[in-house]
Write a protein that binds this ligand. Structure first.
Ligand code: ATR
Length: 282
């Protein structure tokens, strides 16, 4: 255990199962920093108060999870463009003058998790399944990429329409249009919780697997199990698959960079997360 001089916290409710501490403490170690991440359970309604603890210097920064992402955004002075559009943050950074900067690293973490696998999003067609918080972050990040065309489908169509409002190049689809959008996409991403918690490679699917072809990239943001039914089915059809730990690690890399100014080792962070997941299921 480190006696970190500088502390950051993962805040939200619940926080006991978050993988952030193992990933960030591995990140700090990989960058040779005497920093430490701790868990602080913070209930709904205390978002402004926890941002005050960054302002006072108690924490150098925060990783922010449910249910505080919107409350924290409202209490922060300086939001990056994506966070301002989303009205939500997952990262707070304390500034030397007592100010606090807010970022959303999920969307760019997703983009980077594809880039490191050689998947170029410039000029690509992406179909997003789902329209919750994670989908909205991803849509906002994809909307900033040149020529990236986005379609969104969701069980509740109105939420897909709302998410599509976050990027000029996005539109919501339903029914037969969804079938065409999935078939025509270069990249398909599941952002719903469908497939979570089932045995590796089996379980409910967020879309009809017959629509997937070998030319496509299929990404899942679910990481428990790492090989979801969707990813197993897509791989069997010859598609290139990207698992959900990629986004989790790469959004954490961006958080660490924002707090410390150092680039941590994503491989060390992923190993730490995998070891923790294995420990929990063992
Ligand atoms: P997150 O922050 O992880 O994105 P969320 O905001 O609760 O979580 O969003 C969950 C997403 O998964 C939503 O798009 C939700 O669809 P609805 O908008 O219709 O609720 C989708 N989802 C959850 N369970 C689902 C299911 N059984 N079938 C299809 N979609 C589901």
């Amino acid at each position: 255990m480190s006696n970190g001089q500088t502390r950051v916290a993962i805040v939200g409710d619940p926080v006991e199962h978050s993988l952030s501490p193992v990933m960030q403490n591995a990140a700090f170690a990989s960058a040779g920093l005497d920093w430490e991440m701790v868990r602080v359970q913070v209930p709904s309604g205390s978002g402004a108060e926890i941002i005050g603890r960054v302002r006072s210097g108690e924490f150098a920064g925060l990783a922010i999870t449910m249910p505080l992402k919107e409350e924290a955004a409202a209490a922060i002075d300086e939001l990056d463009p994506a966070s301002a559009r989303l009205r939500s943050v997952n990262t707070a950074v304390g500034l030397p003058d007592g100010g606090v900067r807010g970022l959303s690293t999920d969307g760019n973490g997703f983009v980077n998790s594809l880039r490191v696998q050689g998947v170029d999003l410039v000029g690509s067609k992406v179909h997003v399944v789902g329209a919750g918080g994670a989908a909205r972050s991803i849509v906002a990040a994809l909307g900033a990429i040149d020529g990236c065309l986005i379609t969104i489908s969701n069980r509740t169509f109105s939420a897909a329409v709302e998410a599509a409002g976050l990027a000029e190049s996005a539109h919501a689809v339903d029914g037969d249009e969804t079938v065409d959008a999935v078939k025509g996409a270069d990249i398909v991403v599941n952002t719903t919780s469908v497939g979570m918690g089932s045995e590796s490679g089996v379980g409910a699917l967020p879309l009809a697997i017959e629509l997937i072809g070998a030319h496509q990239v299929v990404a899942d943001i679910v990481y428990h199990p790492l090989t979801t039914g969707l990813l197993a089915g897509a791989a069997a059809r010859g598609a290139h698959t990207v698992d959900g730990l990629g986004m989790l690690v790469h959004q954490a890399v961006l958080q660490c960079e924002a707090w410390t100014g150092f680039s941590p080792d994503p491989v060390a962070m992923r190993s730490a997360a995998e070891a923790e997941l294995a420990r929990r299921s063992g």
